[in-house]
Ligand binder design. Sequence first.
Ligand SMILES: [Mn+2]
Length: 288
Amino acid sequence: MYQHNTFIKQNPDNTTKSILKCEENQKIWVIGDVHGCYQQFIGLMKSPLISEDDMVILIGDIIDRGPDSVKMLDWAMENVNKGGKYYMIRGNHEQNIIDDYTTFVDKQARKNNYRIQAGEQPVDYHEFSIYDLRCQYDFCEYMERAKLLKVGQALKYIEWMKTLPLYLRVQVPDGKKFILAHAWFEGKLLDDGAVRPTISDEDILWYRDIDCFDNLCKFDYKPMEDEMLIHGHTPIPAIKERMGKLAEPYYREHSINIDGGCFIGREYCGRLIALCLNNFQCLYSSLN
Ligand SMILES: [Mn+2]
């Protein structure tokens, strides 16, 4: 079941006017789905091509599948939105945990109400096992591995994930604008320069442009023409025409997929991608 109540609305009209701009000498790098591949991510960040003043934006899904979800979360909480260098948008994997937690709290709060009505003491459900969150992916296993065994210990991560926006607009010095969203975006540019999404929050996080045979399919949704869409979500090595080739960004007319499928490993053609929006230069993780 999908919960919409936890989504961030940029404002009551659901429009976004703000655009993240970089300085003349600054570059903007966008990083594809990291999925717990902390080593590859840190390796990529050490590249001399990413200068100290550049901006780095993570496209969502930093957790699950790969080996180091909790390390990646600790890193992101420490760095994202601090000092204007690192930014991140929300992926469907972050959303899943937010939803699992919301469902859990609703249920436990209801049970506590019954207890109170029956004259019993409410229980502190944050003391419950992390597995009571019934995560759809493998977040609980990663928490257990990091010896974070109680729901309460996941709370700081979940609250932080709730602060991540669903999409971001950015602009490079030559004036080119981009929309960054985890899976897809379709929107309308309004007269006052604001953008309003014309697809659901769910589609922004989940939409896939390949069919069940891994063929690219026609868009149900057209990306905006004035602001190129940068997205992740669908591992490029899974796209039929790219199978057997080391992952590189997938360019379409108004969109670029940068999910290199890092977690599947290099032997299956996965690697982490960093794309520079100023000049479309690419960097790749080199670890297995
Ligand atoms: Mn992903």
